[in-house]
Design a protein around this ligand. Structure first.
Ligand code: AMP
Ligand code: MG
Length: 266
């Protein structure tokens, strides 16, 4: 999965990252799903262990254009995990109270505590994406945010949080199909947001903004992965593999049991 990680200092040009890539599986969905099922079970075990262990915190950031699969990723990957230790924080347009504070205020409040996994469905990166593209803050202000964000994430890591960031990379054509599906399929109508069409018109500006995010904020401490997301099964597999490998690397263990020899249940 190393090939999908953005090495710090890389100048990312999204045109050279194929959103339809299914490397190693050559479009073999069945084979990939088999691997996914095994890894997904392993993830469930590791999440229980993370919760029992209480020494680590895990923050997962999901970003991507509309329809890129942020919601689907959460549903598919975390469906079997224990809700006691897994939380989702979705970041929408800031409320007036949130806007009255600095942009990291609402974000910091949602970061994981000991033993927890928190999934950010959108994140502080919106403050250098939509804010930039729509001119919601002057350039002189949002430009400085890359530095704040790197420092903020470094602080979280230094204090015991593992930070993983996934950019769900889809093509403009794939987005067209998915938006059309939301219009055509009555069970998906509720997901259709007319505003998505306005955002789609600014596709190129968003790609440029994402390129800056990926180039400037992928660090050793808090790396970005560019996940080819045209194929949902490959997207699920890549993210699950990274999560399992990362959790395996934490050396999780159950806390030492107390001395039980003389305890009697009466
Ligand atoms: P959704 O994720 O589809 O429910 O949409 C949430 C919307 O909130 C998206 O259009 C985001 O761009 C927008 N949003 C999230 N964070 C911010 C922010 N910090 N400033 C402005 N808009 C935001
Ligand atoms: Mg939406």
């Amino acid at each position: 999965m190393e090939r999908h990680r953005v090495k710090p200092g890389t100048n990312v040009s999204l045109a050279s990252w194929d959103p339809a890539d299914t490397s190693g599986f050559d479009g073999d969905k069945k084979a990939a799903e088999k691997v996914f099922t095994g890894l997904n079970e392993r993830l469930e075990t590791l999440q229980e262990l993370l919760y029992a262990d209480q020494r680590h915190k895990v923050l997962i950031v999901l970003q991507g254009m509309d329809t890129s699969g942020k919601d689907g990723t959460i549903r598919n990957i975390f469906d079997g995990t224990n809700p006691i230790g897994v939380k989702v924080a979705s970041f929408k347009r800031p409320t007036s109270t949130e806007l009255a504070h600095d942009y990291l205020w609402r974000v910091h409040a949602q970061t994981p505590g000991s033993g927890e996994v928190v999934i950010f469905n959108r994140s502080h990166y919106e403050d250098v994406l939509v804010v930039r593209v729509d001119g919601l803050a002057p350039e002189a202000r949002w430009k400085k945010r890359f530095e704040h964000i790197n420092a903020f994430e470094k602080m979280l890591v230094d204090e015991g949080t593992t930070v993983l960031k996934f950019f769900l990379h889809i093509s403009k054509d794939e987005q067209k199909e998915r938006l059309q599906e939301r219009l055509d399929d009555p069970s998906k109508n509720w997901k259709f947001d007319p505003n998505d069409l306005k955002v789609r018109e600014k596709w190129d500006a968003y790609q440029r903004a994402y390129e800056d995010v990926l180039s400037q904020t992928s660090t050793e401490a808090a790396p970005w992965y560019i996940v080819p997301a045209n194929k949902k099964w490959y997207r699920n597999l890549v993210i699950t593999e990274v999560l399992v490998a990362t959790l395996e690397g934490l050396g999780l263990r159950f806390p030492a049991a107390p001395d039980l020899a003389n305890i009697k249940v009466v």
